[in-house]
Write a protein that binds this ligand. Sequence first.
Ligand SMILES: [Zn+2]
Length: 391
Amino acid sequence: MPPLVEPAAELTVDEVRRYSRHLIIPDVGMAGQKRLKNAKVLCVGAGGLGSPALLYLAAAGVGTLGVIDFDVVDESNLQRQVIHGQSDVGRPKAESAAASVREINPLIDVVVHNEVLSTENVMDIFAQYDLIVDGTDNFATRYMVNDAAVLLGKPYVWGSIYRFDGQASVFWAEHGPCYRCLYPEPPPPGMVPSCAEGGVLGVLCASIGSIQVNEAIKLLTGIGEPLVGRLMIYDALEMTYRSVKVRKDPECVLCGKNPTVTELLEDYEAFCGAVSEEAQEAASGSTITATELKSWQDQGENIYVIDVREPNEYEIVSIPGAVLIPKGEFLNGSALERLPQDKKIVLHCKSGVRSAECLAIVKNAGFSDAVHVGGGVLSWIKTVDPSLPAY
Ligand SMILES: [Zn+2]
């Protein structure tokens, strides 16, 4: 595949010294390093994947490195988001990441986008770069990144991580499939847990983030066989890497022969549906706040509080008096036999998504006055007992 960028006119003496270990690799050499110098790469997200990606892109000498993130550094990020440190807690991630990048390599330009990537700005921002590295952790942003990249004719390096499993690929509609060819539809809401819900091994971020940088460097300099048309699957427990072929779907709504998606969708959140329709319906009028739950408990109301999270989450932090019945037991029906008939059922989870799904099942089973706690444990910690650890 041809290199993505033309070489810069020259390297300075400082640059030659700094990049000497690249320069002596025949496949990279002067020409490759000059291409990196001329390259503009945007990293979407300065989180788990963005952290190692930005560090290595910076060290490699990518001349213009953009970082977009709207979030601030939280203590729970530091287990894996190694671009941030203890003193960065509370600081915008984009700024904290840019500071680390400048420390690693003062010879490159860092562009800070301290904002939410949205349908309003994604096209303008992406247009300023040669290549995108996608380190996002939610489906709505993933589809938006894909659509914008395809519409602009730009390649991007995608990665995803969960617990011990990682995946990576390069999507470039002009030379291969796009993300929609691989995943035409987002998963049903609530079916794929996020890392915030399911956890992620910190070092997995480095494994996948470094693969993304590896692919970025290959694309920019035009060396090797990029992951276009292949999906790399990494299993950290088995310690296996395998790659499977991904074909371009001629019927793809975005990059196929007769595309029906010819501009960005209006609302990617709605496309991916944070909560299913049944759950939304069940939760409507049957959602209480964490403070309401606390006052019900204090007043000795006749309630039965059920935590539908997983046992390990319950162990980390739980609402006093809550009984653990994981969501799976609602899905297979076994939980229903254990519910008391003479008490009001109050369900909760971490953030309110899983409990809304369970609420639909419980109400369908005849517990019509059942409710769930909006915002779940996180809301309880925020409004009722801030001494508990948010996870
Ligand atoms: Zn496609």
